[in-house]
Design a protein around this ligand. Structure first.
Ligand code: NAP
Ligand code: 8YV
Length: 316
């Protein structure tokens, strides 16, 4: 029997790509790299494979009459137009759960990095400033401080568990209070920001959270407050953030995600009160392996006529 044809819509992790090549005819980003060749194979494409950052818009799905399944190697799938997939009864799958620890670890790492100025301290030593200028200025204590979590989902809860070990007081916001959760709930990000020293953002991206963190939230966080974003760049109004950092409306920000990836605003590059990482929260060999296996397992299940392992909530 002929192998199903799959279109990749991102430069996929080698771990995922290897599994795809073993089982399918893979057309590697052909719609971008060779539109003429793509037009010929488009009618054969039965599956799309992408990453959490991938775009799968209506315009692409409209060119794929035989499309049956979209598998995203990532928990976030805000780039997929799920309403079109639902209209056409095309299941969409993602990789929840297997990356909770990794993303939570990085969120805590970023919080410590910006508060204790660890990357800046490293630069201070390397530039020979310790010997010339003496000790660095004092920094901000994290243990015992007040943490606000915007989005207390799977990863948000993993962050909260780690923060408990730092004796932090924990509060959160979301669209609703969560039954059985003892942390203080605030109905808006602004109300939460007013009450905390560190605000960690870990919601999905997409229209529902677009610019949820705006100038009002940053003002509420205040000149002693720090923002950490490990969610999606779209959740934070990046222009408002740059302005707030320049004017010291907030003390600092640590960002793993940006409005335009992989080209974050250059205004951030020269700032001393930021820590910037290139969307690496889940990027360890161990976790990417687990994500790749789950993303491949979803495709294999679909083509074997088995139940999907981890469909997105809209599909459940
Ligand atoms: P999850 O379990 O679905 O949790 C999402 C949380 O966000 C829920 O607690 C939800 O609470 C809240 N939320 C949703 N819409 C909201 C809104 N409009 N306003 C306020 N809160 C809202 O998802 P997860 O597995 O923790 O993943 C969360 C996100 O992290 C992903 O979607 C992805 O964007 C991001 N992520 C980033 C990386 C990275 O590499 N940086 C890696 C993995 C994930 P309510 O339903 O109560 O509102
Ligand atoms: C990855 C992510 O960057 O899971 C997500 O939503 O943003 C990250 O884990 C990506 O999806 C890896 O393919």
């Amino acid at each position: 029997m002929s192998r199903p044809h799959i279109l990749t819509v991102a430069k996929l992790a080698p771990l995922f790509a290897e599994q795809l090549h073993a089982a399918y005819e893979v057309h590697d980003r052909l719609h971008e790299t060779d539109p003429v060749a793509f037009a010929k194979v488009a009618p054969l494409i039965r599956g799309i494979a992408g990453s959490g950052e991938s775009k799968v818009p209506r315009a692409l799905m409209d060119q794929l009459p035989a499309l049956e399944v979209v598998s995203i190697m990532g928990v976030g799938y805000d780039g997929v137009d799920v309403s079109v997939a639902v209209e056409r009864s095309i299941p969409v799958t993602h990789t929840p759960g297997v990356l909770n620890d990794e993303v939570a670890d990085l969120a805590i790492g970023l919080m410590l990095s910006i508060a204790r100025r660890i990357p800046q301290a490293d630069q201070y030593v390397r530039a020979g400033r310790w010997g010339k200028e003496g000790p660095m200025p004092l920094t901000r204590k994290v243990s015992g401080a007040r943490l606000g979590i915007v989005g207390l989902g799977r990863i948000g809860q993993a962050i909260a568990r780690r923060a408990e070990a730092f004796s932090m007081s924990i509060a959160y916001t979301g669209r609703k209070a969560q039954p059985g959760v003892a942390y203080a709930y605030y109905p808006t990000a602004t109300a939460l920001a007013e009450q905390v020293d560190f605000l960690i953002v870990i919601t999905p991206g997409g229209a529902g959270t677009h610019h949820l963190i705006n100038s009002d939230v940053l003002k509420a966080l205040g000149p002693e407050g720090y923002l950490i974003n490990v969610a999606r760049g779209s959740v934070v109004d990046e222009d408002a953030l740059v302005d707030a950092l320049r004017k010291r409306v907030i003390a600092g920000a640590a960002l793993d995600v940006f409005a335009k990836e992989p080209h974050p605003s250059e205004a951030l590059w020269g700032m001393d009160n930021v820590v910037l990482t290139p969307h690496i929260a889940s990027a360890t060999r161990q976790t990417r392996q687990a994500m790749a296996e789950l993303a491949a397992a979803n495709l294999h299940a679909h083509f074997a006529g088995q139940p999907l392992v981890s469909p997105v909530p809209e599909w459940q």
